[in-house]
Design a protein. Sequence first.
Length: 192
Amino acid sequence: MPGLVLGLAGSPRRRGNTSILLDRALAGAADGGARVARIELCQLRVAPCIACGGCFRSGACVVEDGFQSILPQLLEADAVVLASPLYFLGLSGWAKAFIDRCQCLWARRYILHQPLPPTSDGRPRRAAFISTAGTPSVPFSGAIATVKAWLRTLDARYLGQVLRAGVDAAGAISGDAGALEEAYRLGRALTG
Ligand SMILES: Cc1cc2nc3c(=O)[nH]c(=O)nc-3n(C[C@H](O)[C@H](O)[C@H](O)COP(=O)(O)O)c2cc1C
């Protein structure tokens, strides 16, 4: 029985393209039997990492803000879907700030040698990435490299991605039935 699939929305546009694809992915996960939750990163005001080194001593981030409410859900989730628009060839600042704050998980694993909590089914965590960009043929490689580095810290397997370039206006992705279907299937695959 699949456990929690957590969607992290990294765009400030609630009716934007990555948000719509994330909803489809979470619908697929729900149809696959998972419990789903969605977090709007921009509403939780997660500040960037301040590199204070506090987490190197305890494994916990010492900065008190929205991150503290997300981390338990991240660690509880069997699978995570990160959705972020491409901003200057990388992730949105909202998504990147959140990822940087996961430095406390890096500290747990590589400095303190503490294992992360196991998933509900004992299998490795699974993850997927969703992104859109305004310019046709723009490369997503920078954003993907960041996501994969984050997932190594989270000890999660990268199951796949939905990427669409040449989509700029908020909600334009709704006209791309193929992308919506791909996102649904990706979400469902996370529960398999
Ligand atoms: C700050 C900012 C930076 C952007 N940088 C890029 C970029 O480097 N390349 C690109 O193709 N589109 C870029 N875009 C366009 C968005 O990636 C595009 O509109 C995307 O579909 C937005 O997704 P959303 O609706 O989920 O927010 C940028 C948009 C903003 C607001």
